[in-house]
Design a protein around this ligand. Structure first.
Ligand SMILES: Nc1ccn([C@@H]2O[C@H](COP(=O)(O)OP(=O)(O)OP(=O)(O)O)[C@@H](O)[C@H]2O)c(=O)n1
Ligand SMILES: O=P(O)(O)OC[C@@H](O)[C@@H](O)[C@@H](O)CO
Length: 430
């Protein structure tokens, strides 16, 4: 078993990283955590997770295994890790990857500052990979921080949109029933073909469900099932709940899950996942200005226009001089889109101040941050040459911050004649 980033001989501890981001999550999760404690009993259960990530993604049809395919330039598996890391009552996360992908996985852990991760080598099938993950939790290995949990969550690494509430539901149900799993209504009817390739019979769709993830088990139940499991089942099986039933007579409790629990399998699923991530990080725009009256007035007008144009987006505004407190709170609340307003100036000082604050907050480690530097210039008072000179400056500046996952673009609005020129390192879209 390997753990965490290179050089560490054991699983990485839950670190202080992304404290701001985690701060917001902690508040949101605190209520769920107290609910978890209530539902899981007076003494919080020891819960660990096993993420099978050792496949080759054949159906994706690309050379890169799908768990490492990028969504907004970040590997898919990192989104799943982040989703599980936000759940504070999951003590250990065991990721099961092939030996050849071990270094790739370690670099992802290091780059995106994932914590509580232990790495285990995959098997040739998904069940064998899961079994390897369970073995790592079962064996009290010397100088290893992993310990056997009471409850283990099994969740495919290619299912990035898993929320704390479904995890809490399956864990709570597994505590009572020994096993539990998320299910979804079937979209297509299931049919059974005859040997000659014709329809033998179809299943009544309303009476059947699709088995999804996450699933949860009393650790001893699922570990015993895997130890008893036949080679045939290890080779060809696809359902952990069935192993618990077949080898431990444990009937899993089925829990209705949300539509977002689907497994990324085909290329279209990556496009869908990217759209969902983009939608989730585009829920808020913050208009940033300094305290000059002109700027405040224009910012207020811009805020009102954005509110009327962007119906489902929360629009806030903040003075840059409050960077110590209010702007930090907006960053903590995970706003990824900022409009920096500059009236009658084409220099980038204010925008540069904002970028420094954003870089110090580590906001752009997990998701791209969009900054639009807007410059309102009186066409008569500012010579066109100066405008173009500054616009070119922003291009160089944008190339630099792009390396830190901040997408900077400039918008020059000349008035009284309305004329706009755009200089950007990215299309003006998120
Ligand atoms: N030997 C394997 C095979 C699969 N998995 C993991 O099990 C999850 C669900 O499996 P699936 O969607 O089938 O992934 P792949 O096997 O990679 O996909 P394909 O069947 O298209 O090759 C994935 O996270 C995959 O990485 C694994 O850990 N070990
Ligand atoms: O069969 P695959 O390896 O594509 O994926 C595994 C899925 O079958 C599994 O995640 C759910 O059906 C729940 O067991």
């Amino acid at each position: 078993m390997e753990a965490g980033p290179p050089g560490s001989s054991r699983p990485t501890e839950l670190g202080p990283c992304l404290s701001g981001q985690r701060g917001a999550d902690q508040a949101a999760s605190a209520s769920l955590q107290s609910a978890a404690r209530a539902q899981l009993g007076r003494h919080p259960l020891a819960v660990a997770a096993v993420l099978p990530a050792g496949g080759c993604g054949e159906r994706m049809g690309v050379p890169t295994p799908k768990q490492f395919c990028p969504i907004l330039e970040r590997p898919l598996i990192s989104y799943t890790l982040q989703a599980l890391e936000r759940v504070f009552w999951i003590k250990d996360i065991v990721v099961v990857v092939t030996g050849e992908n071990m270094e790739v996985m370690k670099s992802i852990i290091q780059k995106y500052q994932h914590k509580r991760i232990s790495l285990v080598e995959a098997g040739v099938t998904r069940h064998r990979s899961i079994f390897n993950g369970l073995k790592a939790l079962a064996e009290d290995q010397l100088n290893c921080k992993l310990s056997k949990p009471e409850i283990v969550i099994i969740h495919d690494a290619v299912r990035p949109f898993v929320e704390e509430d479904i995890l809490l539901k399956v864990v709570t149900a597994a505590k009572e029933h020994g096993a539990a799993g998320a299910i979804r209504p079937l979209v297509s009817t299931v049919i059974s073909p005859s040997a000659d390739g014709c329809l033998d019979h179809s299943l009544e769709r309303a009476r059947h469900r699709a088995s999804e993830m996450p699933q949860a088990f009393l650790f001893d139940v699922i570990y015993e099932a895997y130890q008893q499991c036949s080679d045939y089942d290890l080779e060809f099986g696809t359902e952990c709940l069935q192993l618990a039933l077949k080898y431990c007579c444990t009937k899993a409790k089925l829990v209705e899950g949300s539509p977002d629990l689907w497994k990324v399998t085909y290329k279209r699923d990556l496009y869908a996942a990217e759209s969902i991530v983009k939608e989730r990080i585009s829920q808020e725009v913050c208009v940033i200005t300094d305290t000059k009256e002109d700027n405040k007035h224009v910012s207020h007008l811009l805020e009102e226009v954005l509110k009327s144009e962007l119906n489902h987006v929360k629009v806030t505004s903040e003075a840059l001089c409050h960077a110590g407190r209010d702007l930090q709170q907006i960053i903590l609340d995970q706003c990824y889109n900022f409009v920096c307003v500059n009236v009658m100036t084409s220099d980038l000082q204010e925008t540069q101040k904002l970028l420094s604050i954003l870089e110090e907050s580590h906001l752009s480690i997990l998701y791209p941050v969009v900054v639009v530097s807007v410059h309102f210039l009186d066409f008569k008072l500012v010579p066109p040459s100066q405008k173009m000179e500054n616009l070119m400056q922003i291009r160089e500046f944008a190339k630099e911050v792009k390396k830190r996952n901040i997408w900077l673009c400039g918008l020059l609005i000349s008035y009284p004649q309305v004329e706009a020129g755009v200089a950007t390192n990215k299309p003006l879209e998120h």
